[in-house]
Ligand binder design. Structure first.
Ligand code: ADE
Length: 226
């Protein structure tokens, strides 16, 4: 799989691409990354990539032309913006099956809306908070995809049973020691009764999800997706 990143800060990606699962995916060539420096496609001798907003207002807006030139005729395009649909695990699963994915990192006050309207396939946000730009979101997405690529994570079982795979949060996990500073591991997990343990885990998944993320159960705060 090839992931291309359109950014004005290619140097941002040195660390996130250099460690752990992403580094391993790159080494094994399950994943290739191409950094596209938006400034190289900027206008004029100053390599301008942003301009003042039409209609007035504070800050700068990223221009469409450098982005259009940087994209060329590249693959499935994703714009990272707080105005996008909330990113979900099934987006990552869908994208992990694509040969060429392009992540476009917005910056400044925003990106000329004609980019979203005409040049991209998906617009996504990491969540209901505002970053200074899409770079950290792109790094998160790349890590989320890398661990789904065949052969990258050793333990395929841990991917199968993880949070969101069945639409619920994962149950709590514990390891040794069974007692620490008087904080005890739930007795059921030490019982050796596998049927009881599985019932307890299923109940924990259901209860945690209901308490913390009722939207995942289709409750009141469910977020609509197109
Ligand atoms: N760029 C700025 N804020 C963002 C967010 N929350 N998600 C994705 N990209 C962003």
């Amino acid at each position: 799989m090839l992931i291309r990143i359109v950014t004005i800060f290619p140097e941002f990606f040195a660390s996130p691409l250099g460690v752990s699962i992403v580094a391993r995916a790159l080494e094994s060539e399950s994943l290739r990354i191409e950094l596209i420096d938006l400034r190289e496609h900027g206008k004029g001798t100053h390599r301008q990539v942003d301009d003042a907003p039409f209609g007035g207002g504070p800050g700068m807006v990223m221009m469409i032309e450098p982005i259009d030139r940087a994209l060329g005729d590249s693959g499935h395009r994703v714009l990272l913006t707080p105005a996008g649909a909330r990113l979900r695990q099934d987006d990552l699963e869908r994208w992990a099956g694509i040969d060429e994915l392009v992540l476009i990192c917005g910056r400044y006050e925003g990106v000329d809306e004609r980019v979203a309207e005409n040049l991209v396939d998906d617009e996504v946000s990491l969540g209901d908070f505002v970053l200074a730009g899409g770079e950290a979101a792109a790094a998160a997405i790349i890590e989320g995809i890398a661990r789904l690529l065949p052969g990258v994570v050793g333990n395929e079982e841990s991917i199968k049973s993880e949070s969101f795979r069945d639409g619920l949060l994962e149950e709590p996990q514990y390891t040794r020691p069974s007692s620490y500073k008087g904080w005890e591991v739930p007795e059921v997990l030490l019982s050796g009764d596998h049927a009881r343990i599985e019932r307890w885990r299923a109940e924990q998944r259901r209860r945690r999800t209901a308490e913390r993320r009722p939207d995942l159960l289709g409750g009141d705060s469910a977020v609509a997706r197109p």
